[in-house]
Design a protein. Structure first.
Length: 493
């Protein structure tokens, strides 16, 4: 009876490897969804390990040479397949593109198939001088190495070195779980080295199947990690789909890769079928894709959106891809407009007293001149002068009322090319009554190009600045104070 200390690790390794292999096959779709390559190759690798460890358990428990030899043949099925499958998985995972073709994978497995055929048809090429010897608590089959076995050992070590080289030169950030499983394939090789150095606790005990326990544990953990990745991926997907912001992912070649529920509601499913369809409904948005990351505002269907276009770098795994996020700011813009209207009305309230005074002066002599014409019957020349003065006063009143109406009007704000100086002149007229008793006004206007904006909003900004400047000065010393208004090409006023 073989002690439990020697059989338990083999039973555990075999059970874990088989269970994980079955789970891997069942979860092929999960692997595909997470972008992890080679689920079938991984399952075959784990099954080979299970055959290797399970057959060695039978070999230890067997009591006759014939039974032990049969178990040994079966063990070599897994042992011979393991390095080739491990190498094929690494090639599939990180190898050069030419190896990713089916023909390349078949070529990489041909030596394994050759060894598998030889171990059953010409076992004498693997083992010679077979005999049963006692070693510790159980009996072992010992043999001399044949040429095929020596060739397999050289092949195995060369394959392992190439395997590690490919893996270490690859991008380790790819495909969760496969990297750990690939490196765990070294465990039997390390066990073989320890056995060759004479570090086995019992003479003639094969340590390689025990190394498979490490492979089995890592494989089980990797499978659990993939399950966690699936849950995390589901959580991310749910968060993305329930975002109020519209999110669209465009690939480097210009294909719509993904879009959340908000984006589909905004543009419609048909508009997200291709970049051409999206251009038809949002040309400004598609035009922005050719630039670097930028922010801008987009108006669609009476709604306003803050748009962020972010170009993804190659480390994200999608070189040249662009992520578009659209945030509906319609309510915020309406609130901003309401606040601006309230501020403008407050400014109108401040201007009212001064404007009333500005209107009262010309209105007084308009009234006086008209009264003189009526009561005194002025001659032609005198009457003409009185009428001219009355018309001048009426024109002043008309201009004041026009400027005030333009300033206080509530209308749709259009962004267009506007001249800065006329907007500033209008602001100076409206705020002059606040300035004239407090400071002298110095104008220094240079020729400046037009700017894009809204004339009424720009005038309001100038009025607020001028009133604030005037109210910071006490009344009564206008000759001692100065407010200088300058316009330069840098756009500052």
């Amino acid at each position: 009876m073989v002690p439990l200390a020697f059989t338990a690790p083999l039973v555990l390794a075999c059970a874990l490897l088989l269970t994980t292999a079955l789970l891997t096959l069942v979860r092929r779709k999960l692997w595909a969804d997470l972008g992890v390559p080679g689920p079938v190759l991984t399952a075959l690798l784990l099954i080979a390990g299970a055959i290797w460890s399970g057959a060695y358990l039978v070999e230890l428990e067997a009591t006759t040479l014939a039974t032990k030899l049969l178990a040994k043949h079966v063990r070599y099925v897994g042992l011979l397949a393991f390095p080739g499958l491990w190498f094929a998985l690494t090639l599939y995972r990180v190898g050069p593109e030419r190896w990713l073709r089916s023909r390349g994978l078949i070529y990489s497995l041909l030596p394994t198939l050759l060894f598998e055929v030889l171990v059953w048809t010409r076992p004498d090429l693997f083992w010679t001088n077979l005999r049963l010897v006692s070693g510790g608590p159980f009996e072992h089959v010992v043999h001399d190495r044949g040429p095929a076995l020596i060739g397999f050992i050289v092949y195995c070590y060369a394959l392992s070195a190439l395997n590690l080289s490919l893996f270490l030169r690859s991008n380790a950030a790819q495909a969760p779980g496969v990297g750990a499983l690939t490196t765990a394939g070294l465990a039997p090789l390390i066990a073989n080295i320890l056995e060759g150095l004479g570090l086995s606790p019992i003479a003639n005990l094969n340590l390689e199947p025990y190394g498979l326990l490490i492979t089995a544990l890592v494989a089980a953990r990797s499978n659990g990690f993939l399950q966690f990745e699936q849950l995390r991926d589901i959580a991310r997907g749910l968060a993305l789909q329930h975002m109020q912001d519209a999110v669209i992912l465009i690939s480097g070649p210009g294909r719509v890769v993904d879009a959340n529920h908000a984006a589909r509601q905004l543009f419609g499913p048909s508009a997200l079928q291709s970049i051409q369809a999206l251009r038809a409904v949002a040309p400004d948005l598609v035009a922005a894709l050719d630039s670097e990351a930028q922010d801008f505002e987009l108006r669609m269907n009476d709604s306003a959106f803050e748009v962020r276009v972010q170009r993804l770098d190659s480390s994200a795994g999608m070189a040249g891809a662009r992520l578009i996020v659209l945030r509906d700011v319609t309510s915020r813009r309406k609130l901003d407009q309401q606040l601006a209207d309230a501020e403008r009305l407050a400014s109108v309230g401040i201007l009212t007293a001064g404007v009333a005074h500005e209107i009262n002066n010309p209105l007084t002599y308009v009234y006086a001149n008209l009264a003189s014409l009526k009561d005194q019957g002025a001659d032609g020349e005198s009457a003409a002068q009185l009428i001219e003065e009355a018309l001048d006063g009426a024109e002043r009143i008309r201009r004041i009322v026009r400027d005030l109406r333009a300033f206080s009007a509530q209308e749709e704000e259009k962004v267009e090319a506007i001249e800065v100086v006329p907007a500033l002149e209008a602001a100076l007229k409206l705020s002059w009554h606040e300035i004239r008793h407090r400071a002298r006004l110095e104008r220094d206007f240079a020729d400046v190009p037009a700017v894009r904006g809204n004339a009424r909003r720009l005038t309001q900004v100038f009025v607020n600045l001028l009133i604030n400047a005037a109210q910071a000065i006490e009344e009564g010393h206008a000759s001692s104070n100065e407010i200088r208004v300058r316009v330069r090409r840098d756009g500052r006023a």
